[in-house]
Design a protein around this ligand. Structure first.
Ligand code: HEM
Length: 402
């Protein structure tokens, strides 16, 4: 269950907290209820974020050597930083992602998405299948991030290869051969980031100017690249897929009776790209009557918290605007709550508004498939085709009638 938690039926009842061993025999305390997940997130003194980026599969010496060979280091900077430097680093990142700066990107993004959707619509009309992950969602968040934060000049495919390798290396069950391959991909790009962090402008320049040491600047950039675009492209793919199965929502969007922002929130509740997030117990404590010894890995089941009948009227229904819809914990909570929440919401709202008309007339040829992972969904593709006859076929049918 730990590595495919999104497949768990909501019908199955779970205890409020449950100890589950992982693939290497390490126990994790899984927290399943909304109120308890919030309680943990609100108490960083007892439940520290230090283990947020720890590898779920211990990295063997051979792969560690590969990482070391590239000069790879990952000090605590953002998500895994429970120390005193966190607020200052977070403050600089939050300024770069300020809602005003995010709003300024909206017209540009709308034009890009509209152009892409136009092209995809033409391909569908011509009877061709299209992949809404590869052809629409995969690189959009990276393009937006690059306009907000100076990034190394690397092709999008190279960045995506690196970020997906990082998600697999740190959060997936992997074998030693694969770990070496992933370590090489991650290590090589880390070296690129290191060089850029030493000279780049924008966010990295500000972190340097504030006196943060080079490895901290690299660490912040590393996490931002992973968290700041991979998550959103995963979310866009899953949300578009969800929408193809919700004709009444698509009709409501078209008629203006369903609000785009409500669709995005309900999507975050039902299809969060980060399904779980970790904390570690800083001292012996208890949770819901269960003893939690110091050092316990606590897995917060964010996706399940969004379906808690205590907070949402109809947990399994995709019903934008329903009571409790916005109370999901997809972005975490407290001192480490996602600083990119506003950005990803804006991106999703633009994509939903622009793509909805296209989705009402498609059939799914290949639903997104997600590999085993503790925290990230990582859909691989989402292929659709026109439901009825394509426009070119319609023309032939019409001309045959006359
Ligand atoms: C739908 C998209 C996204 C989801 C679901 C998401 C979710 C999360 C979650 C669950 C956390 C951990 C929160 C906690 O520990 O309480 C987090 C942290 C973070 N996210 Fe996001 N995220 C998304 C998009 C983004 C974007 C677009 C950016 C930036 C461009 C971003 C940057 C960050 C950063 C920097 C942190 C660490 C914050 C800190 O430790 O102070 N995220 N995100």
């Amino acid at each position: 269950m730990l590595f495919r938690s999104w497949q768990e039926s909501v019908e199955r009842s779970w205890p409020d907290v449950v100890v589950l061993p992982d693939h290497v025999g390490v126990d994790h305390l899984v927290v399943t209820r909304h109120a308890l997940v919030r309680q943990v997130l609100a108490d960083p003194g007892t439940f520290r974020p230090d283990n947020a980026l720890d590898a779920m599969t211990p990295i063997p010496v051979a792969a560690l050597r590969v990482l070391a060979g590239h000069g790879f280091r990952l000090p605590a900077t953002l998500a895994n930083n429970g120390g005193p430097s966190h607020p200052a680093i977070r403050g600089i990142v939050a300024d770069a992602l300020h809602p005003r700066r995010v709003a300024e990107q909206r017209p540009w993004l709308t034009a890009v998405v509209r152009e892409r959707v136009g092209r995809l619509g033409a391909a569908l009309d011509a009877g061709q299948p299209v992949d809404l992950y590869a052809d629409l969602a995969a690189d959009l968040p990276l393009l937006v991030l690059a306009r907000l934060v100076d990034l190394p000049a690397a092709p999008a495919e190279v960045v995506k290869e690196f970020t997906r390798a990082a998600l697999e290396l740190f959060w997936a069950p992997v074998d030693p051969v694969r770990q070496r391959v992933l370590a090489d991909v991650v290590g090589r790009f880390h070296a690129v980031l290191r060089e850029f962090a030493g000279t780049g402008a924008g966010l990295v320049g500000q972190l340097r100017a504030a006196g943060h040491p080079p490895e901290v600047v690299v660490g912040a950039l590393f996490f931002l690249l992973v968290a700041g675009q991979e998550t959103t492209s995963q979310f866009l793919t899953l949300l578009l897929h969800r929408l193809t199965g919700a004709p009444e929502v698509l009709a409501g969007l078209g008629a203006g009776t369903v609000d785009v922002d409500d669709v995005v929130e309900e999507g975050l509740r039902l299809e969060p790209p980060i399904v779980t997030w970790r904390r570690v117990a800083a001292r012996d404590t208890e949770l819901a009557g269960t003893a939690v010894p110091e050092g316990t890995s606590v897995v917060l089941w964010l996706a399940r918290a969004g379906r808690d009948p205590e907070v949402v009227a109809e947990p399994e229904r995709f019903s934008p605007g329903q009571r409790g819809s916005r109370r999901h914990l997809a972005f975490g909570a407290g001192a480490h709550r996602c600083v990119g929440a506003q950005l990803s919401r804006m991106e999703a709202a633009v994509v939903v508004a622009e793509t909805a008309p296209l989705l009402s007339d498609v059939t799914v040829l290949r639903a997104p498939w997600c590999p085993d992972n503790l925290s990230f969904r990582m859909p691989d593709a989402f292929v659709v085709a026109r439901s009825g006859p394509s426009r070119s076929e319609q023309k032939i049918l019409v001309s045959e009638q006359f």
